[in-house]
Write a protein that binds this ligand. Structure first.
Ligand code: AMP
Ligand code: MG
Length: 487
């Protein structure tokens, strides 16, 4: 396996990271390799699973040209500032440029201790590694920006949590691993030279058009805000709950990152929380747009020293950027949910139609994914499929309003249904299915359910007999109440 590394982050000055090598493991064993992603990156998929490559994915050997390092960052965790977090169990091997010119980070996660490990062991467990791989692929198949797993390998070593668990390493690919917390890190240390260096680095890497702007740093804030607005609208449109939207888990590149205690919602309820550590529901489904705004405010405060000297001007720029976030989110949400109802261009007055549909789902404890999918059949079945989720007397008046609005679209039935089926997934990674697959892998060493689920999730828009079992919501005894961090 050959990489053409070009390690721009490693060229940044010392305070940005600690140079550190992965710690070798006993008996690396390949579990899952991402042929599709290898192609995207211009790597040879044939080489992914060779014994030599498994040595690389496990951290036992370094690829030529790698400059391994642990990135420094801070973060607000559940609202409380932690001035130093950093990669405690991840190591950036370097960056490669894909055939289309896109730069990607190649990172090992679970590859041993680093200077940022604090009391942690630097390791990851098999379950969370497979979970991150699975959820990342599901997200990608849904067309939502995300980091992705290139390889998952077992280490052959136990990791000690409450009990010994099998260890694993994930090779994670990202547009970059710079987070809101990376900016907070330098701001908290009052290291303004590094702060500016970081901002310039991000502009060059992610927003080169801003290099010649009169206000590059407030423009950067706007760009990050727009990406985040789009991302959160996309999450909400598929019922995704990230679970730990701490500022260290929010990517500047606008990708979904750090699949910890995340989950897709079954029955619709905006207060849904799965994370076992989120006692107050800070990161509940319906709070995510507000939390992103909160995180962006923290980014704004971090960038503040780089902005205009006059505090009035800086304050005005920050307010404008945060307003832009709100506006981009509101529009993104309206357009995405509008399309879920079959509207090519939703208008402000369509919000009521969307919200009333959601209210109906909430009142009836209806399944979010299956209700929208069922609605996509309504042009043909007059709402019969939907009545399995929402009783006919409850949904009839709403269906009438909806049909009246759709009449303006003047679209043939088949096209309308096709349009809706392209944005309303039939299959999502249902939590109980994910748990079953991971339990089989961890408890019985059986990867088959994981591989089967992965294959099903790669075609989320298809609805047929073969994926019927994966489309069904959990029965009461299958319901997963909590999900846990990988730590
Ligand atoms: P996370 O909850 O995975 O986003 O991680 C939060 C912080 O804890 C990051 O700085 C991680 O690098 C660190 N961390 C998480 N798990 C471990 C571990 N097993 N060993 C060392 N550091 C860890
Ligand atoms: Mg994290």
């Amino acid at each position: 396996m050959r990489f053409q590394f070009d390690n721009s982050y490693a060229r940044l000055p010392k305070p940005f990271y600690a140079r550190v090598e992965p710690q070798p493991v006993n008996q690396p064993h390949g579990l899952q390799f991402n042929v599709d992603l290898a192609r995207r990156l211009g790597l040879d998929p044939e080489q992914l699973a060779t014994p030599e490559a498994v040595e690389l994915w496990s951290g036992n050997r370094l690829p030529d040209g790698a400059e391994p390092l642990a990135m420094a960052y801070a973060g607000h965790q559940f609202g409380a500032f932690v001035p130093q977090l950093g990669d405690g169990r991840a190591i950036l091997l370097g960056e490669i440029i894909a055939p289309d010119g896109t730069r990607f980070d190649i990172q090992l996660k679970g590859s041993g201790r680093t200077p940022f490990s604090r009391s942690g062991d630097g390791r990851a467990c098999l379950g969370p590694v497979l979970r991150e791989y699975l959820l990342g692929e599901a997200m990608h198949a849904l067309g939502i920006p995300t980091t992705r797993g290139l390889a998952a390998v077992a280490t052959g070593e136990p990791v000690y949590r409450e009990s010994p668990l099998p260890g694993a390493v994930l090779t994670r690919v990202a547009r970059s691993h710079v987070r809101v917390g990376t900016f907070e890190y330098f701001r908290a240390r009052q290291d303004l030279a590094s702060l500016q260096r970081l901002a310039d680095y991000v502009i060059e890497r992610h927003d080169p058009a801003l290099a010649h702007s009169d206000h590059p740093y407030s423009d950067l804030l706007v760009r990050v805000a727009e990406r985040q607005a789009e991302l959160i609208a996309a999450w909400l449109s598929v019922g995704f709950i990230h679970g730990v939207m701490n500022t260290d888990n929010m990517s500047i590149a606008g990708e979904t990152i750090d699949y910890g205690p995340c989950a897709f919602m079954d029955s619709y309820d905006p207060t849904t929380v799965f994370s076992s550590i989120d006692y107050r529901g800070r990161y509940a489904y319906g709070n995510q747009a507000r939390i992103a705004h909160w995180n962006l405010s923290s980014l704004a405060m971090s960038l503040r020293p780089l902005m205009e000297q006059s505090s009035d001007q800086a304050a005005a720029q920050i307010t404008a950027a945060l307003d832009r976030y709100q506006q981009a989110f509101d529009q993104g949400w309206l357009q995405r949910f509008g399309r879920k109802l079959g509207l090519s261009q939703a208008r402000e007055e369509d919000r009521a139609l969307i919200n009333d549909f959601l209210d109906m789902l909430y009142q009836q404890h209806a399944d979010f994914t299956n209700s929208f999918r069922a609605l996509g059949h309504a042009p043909e079945d007059q709402g019969a499929a939907l009545t399995r989720e929402v009783p006919a007397p409850e949904c009839a008046p709403w269906l009438e309003r909806w049909q009246a609005r759709l009449a303006e679209e003047a679209l043939p039935k088949t096209e309308l249904m096709q349009r809706m089926h392209q944005v309303n997934p039939a299959v999502i990674p249902r939590n109980h299915r994910v748990e079953q697959a991971l339990d089989a892998a961890v408890d019985d060493g059986d990867l088959e359910p994981f591989k089967q689920l992965l294959a099903i999730l790669q075609a989320p828009w298809e609805e047929h007999e073969a994926n019927a079992a994966w489309r069904a919501p959990p029965r009461p005894h299958e319901q997963v109440q909590y999900t846990f961090c990988g730590t």
